[in-house]
Design a protein around this ligand. Sequence first.
Ligand SMILES: Nc1ncnc2c1ncn2[C@@H]1O[C@H](COP(=O)(O)OP(=O)(O)OP(=O)(O)O)[C@@H](O)[C@H]1O
Ligand SMILES: [Mg+2]
Length: 263
Amino acid sequence: MHAPTGSVDAGAGLRRPAIDFRDASVRFGDFTAMGPVNLTVERGEFLVIVGPSGCGKSTLLNLVAGTLQPFTGETIFNGAPVEGLNPAVGYITQKNYCLPWLTVEGNVRLPLEFRRFPKAQVASLAASALERVGLRGFEKAYPRQLSGGMLQRVMIARTLVYEPDIYLMDEPFGSLDALLRTKMHDEILHLWKDTDATFVFVTHDLAEAVTLADRVVVMSGRPGQVKLTLDIDLPRPRDVVDIQSNPRFGGYIKTLWEALDLN
Ligand SMILES: Nc1ncnc2c1ncn2[C@@H]1O[C@H](COP(=O)(O)OP(=O)(O)OP(=O)(O)O)[C@@H](O)[C@H]1O
Ligand SMILES: [Mg+2]
């Protein structure tokens, strides 16, 4: 990442996993919301998490972001426990947090301004992030003038602009129609290919999970624990439409569906 703070030692750390949940559980009062979870996420991996509503998927992401602390165990990030907000994380939630009074460009510049990047660098990084998500020409538009997919792309640009080590994505495309989702999948696959970053992506959509993932984790009901991890051995680079006609695609969905056991 090119952030001036929060960067991680490059040489020694290369073989360390990106994230290591060790017996991590979370409580709210007397109520165990999640865990214990034991799970290792490798660097550069695209990990997708599925599981029943309320099992603790967002809670798991919050541990990595440092917005929550575990009740038991720990979350190791790049070799050290997460304590406080984790600056190496780019977090995209299903909610639209674009600031309505700022332009598209203003929204994308924000994380760089928070991090006190030099002005000239802010302008060029914001321009290149908007280019990458196909929003060139919309720099001066306001969020209310954009479609749902374009807003979602602003959120992605606002995250990739500071090149996080990890992208946490919590049902980012849940509100989009099927065509736009397919387009966003294509964009995410491109983004993944062009970076060394690690992705942890939460969804309820099994086809989305298999399309994007190197590995899918199925969580059990609350308090969610890891029930199954499934390697998705489908070729990369992936084409969103082609991948779904791969003969193995349907088998993966069936395995995940059976593991979810929602009946
Ligand atoms: N801040 C909080 N205070 C109290 N309880 C909470 C809090 N955040 C989450 N919970 C509870 O913890 C459990 C796990 O929540 P979480 O949001 O992680 O579930 P989830 O798997 O992301 O669900 P969904 O698929 O519906 O988004 C839920 O029962 C939820 O009500
Ligand atoms: Mg959630």
